[in-house]
Ligand binder design. Structure first.
Ligand code: SRM
Ligand code: SF4
Length: 575
């Protein structure tokens, strides 16, 4: 038997191994003017550099008819730990959006920026413009620890700042060390690329194979669970005493993705593993990553996330291995309570009396539309240099650190551009949709381009029920990968096929419980027909302060998924 036949590792493992620390032939591919694409293998490697090859799926039929290659372009995702950028950086990103991308900035569910529609010949210029703004895209995607999120807005309180600082430290500590990024995109000096043991030494945390799969880390500050901590591989819950962060509860093994019809893939909420001190946190992150590096599944990418390592090996074994590598035990988790995953839309005052304005950005898309010139408004606000820009994990934007004197000026700019501070309903305010069509190659159905209209239609139902202002969390994705974390929503919609969605109900408002499948393959009309009576029943029968997700369980629309658990879709459906 040849080595190739006995090598059961997934193809990506071989690509990484032979990539000379993420170089592959990316530089050569970028220089090839005969195509707008790059090779498939390089396409896997550019993810580690924060960029994906995509094509405009709307144009596929027309281009195929004309026998043209697909309308290729690149998506670029930035690494912005803690989600904070300065006004000067905002202006630089806005300019990139206009010059090289499709004229929009996309705020993501992990509190960073994406650009869409960058053609190959502009890729290096764009990466260099990002670098000139003192930002980067390294490890924003790929089989590494990605952008680290922290509870939105370090300016809100001392604990938020501590959480932000930890996010920045972990992000920096877990960055790949390869010189490939500088060499390829920034025309940096070519550093020697090594193979074998020498390369492994150069990446002391990741080695030549990096991680088996993507890895996501967040830091939460209770009672807010805006970062949706239970959806992530690794989480730190700040434990606060007398306004000081005295340490963190460590969570492991959360994740959203599943594949329709494959019951060995499933969303899973993270487990609380133990407690660590602030000084121990970065080392805990590193050692969790190395256990996953060594224990994660390198044969089946669909089963390669940390959540499956923990399912397969058990939490106790994982903890024992982690503690062995740490050289100390984790403490017992301390008590904590989350209340919400939502952002508080509108003005809010921080501990230092400065003002912070959280704007609802529908599905994170910053663009100019007739009567709603959001992108221009943000540009004008950035030009005042009067605030910082903080991205949230709900695809929203906080204009932070505003003095009482400047507040009227900010309000005037928003008004002049038709940007409202209030939202049309509580449902919209708490909604998120993933990008999906036309750029996402994995989308089975619309999401960002559909959810706003669905909500408009549901607002009639909310009016009928007297619930227009009720906070109800609704999230949609165009496929089961779960990019807007739909399985943690009170109402989740997951694309199955063009125009068809699975409807999930019963997630917890504080993000601690997964929802359950309520109806399969429903179209727009059926979604409205199904939700109408449930919303009316909720209006009539709910207890004081009872959330829609909790009511969905008490009223037996669905049964509860226990916290710390997972679900399969192989359940009997009532609908
Ligand atoms: Fe995601 C793949 C967009 C957050 C789970 N995600 C993709 C790709 C890159 C499609 C692809 O692989 O070709 C999408 C690009 C679409 C486009 O055109 O821009 C994409 N994911 C997004 C974003 C932009 C959605 C959004 O509307 O904001 C989010 C970017 C986050 C960021 O800044 O890093 C985004 N993705 C998430 C989340 C939510 C989270 O992490 O909090 C999840 C679920 C949590 C999790 O990881 O379990 C998520 N995305 C996935 C998966 C499934 C991973 C898995 O475990 O199998 C894929 C597919 C894959 O990796 O193979 C995926
Ligand atoms: Fe694409 Fe699916 Fe993620 Fe939506 S959930 S952006 S359709 S991968």
């Amino acid at each position: 038997m040849t080595d190739q036949m006995t090598d059961k590792r997934s193809r990506n493992e071989i690509i990484k191994e032979s990539s000379r620390q993420l170089r592959g032939t990316i530089a050569e591919g970028l220089a090839d003017v005969s195509t707008g694409a790059i090779s498939e293998d390089d396409g896997q490697l550019t993810k580690f550099h924060g960029t994906y090859l995509q094509d405009d799926r709307d144009l596929r039929p027309e281009r195929a008819k004309k026998k043209l290659e697909k309308a290729y372009s690149f998506m670029i995702r930035l690494r912005v730990p803690g989600g904070v950028v300065t006004p000067a950086q905002w202006l630089a990103l806005d300019q990139i959006a206009g010059t090289y991308a499709n004229g929009t900035l996309r705020l993501t569910t992990r509190a960073t920026f994406q650009f869409h529609g960058i053609i190959k010949s502009n890729m290096k210029r764009t990466m260099q413009a990002i670098h000139a703004a003192c930002l980067d895209t390294l490890a924003a995607c790929g089989d590494v620890n990605r952008n680290v999120m922290s509870a939105a807005n370090p300016y809100l309180s001392k604990s938020h700042k501590t959480a932000y600082d930890l996010a920045c430290k972990i992000s920096a500590h877990l960055l790949p060390k390869t010189g490939a990024y500088h060499e390829i995109w920034l025309d940096g000096e070519k550093v020697e690329d090594k193979s074998g043991a020498a390369a492994a030494n150069e990446e002391p945390i990741y080695g030549v194979h990096y991680l088996p799969r993507k890895f996501k880390t967040v830091v939460a500050v209770p009672p807010d669970n805006d970062v949706d901590i239970f959806a992530h591989d690794l989480g730190f819950i700040a434990i606060i005493e007398n306004s000081e962060v005295i340490g963190y509860n460590v969570t492991v093994g959360g994740g959203m993705a599943m594949t329709h019809g494959e019951t060995d893939t499933f969303p899973r909420t993270a487990d609380v593993l133990g407690f660590c001190t602030p000084e121990q946190a970065v080392d805990v992150a590193e050692k969790v990553v190395t256990v996953q590096r060594d224990w994660g599944n390198r044969e089946l990418r669909k089963r390669a996330r940390l959540k499956y390592t923990i399912e397969d090996r058990g939490l106790a074994a994982f903890r024992a291995e982690l503690e062995k590598r740490l050289g100390h035990q984790l403490g017992k988790p301390k008590s904590f309570a989350f209340e919400t995953t939502a952002d508080v839309i509108g003005w809010r005052q921080g501990a230092d009396k400065k003002w912070h304005l959280t704007l609802f950005i529908e599905n994170g898309r910053v663009k100019d539309q007739t009567g709603h010139a959001l992108r221009s408004a943000m540009r004008e606000i950035a030009e005042t240099r009067a605030c910082e820009f903080v991205l949230t994990s709900n695809q929203n934007l906080i204009l932070a650190n505003i003095t009482a004197e400047v507040r009227p000026q900010i309000e005037a700019i928003l008004k002049a551009h038709g940007v409202q501070i209030t939202t049309s309903s509580g449902l919209r305010r708490n909604s998120m949709a993933c990008v999906a069509l036309p750029t996402c190659g994995l989308a089975l159905a619309e999401s960002e381009r559909y959810l706003p209209d669905l909500i408009t239609a549901l607002e009639d139902v909310l009016d009928k029920a007297g619930l227009r202002d009720a906070d109800i969390v609704m999230r949609m994705t165009g496929c089961p990968n779960g990019c807007s974390r739909p399985y943690l929503a009170e109402i989740g919609l997951v694309g199955r096929a063009p125009g068809l969605y699975n409807l999930y109900l019963g997630g917890a408002f504080d993000g601690t419980r997964l929802n359950k499948l309520y109806a399969q393959d429903v179209d727009n009309a059926k979604i409205l027909k199904l939700l109408d009576p449930l919303i009316v029943q909720y209006a009539n029968e709910r207890n004081m302060n009872e959330r829609f997700g909790d009511f969905a369980i008490r009223a037996e629309f669905v049964t509860a998924t226990p916290a710390g658990n997972r679900f399969h879709d192989d359940v009997e459906l009532a609908n």
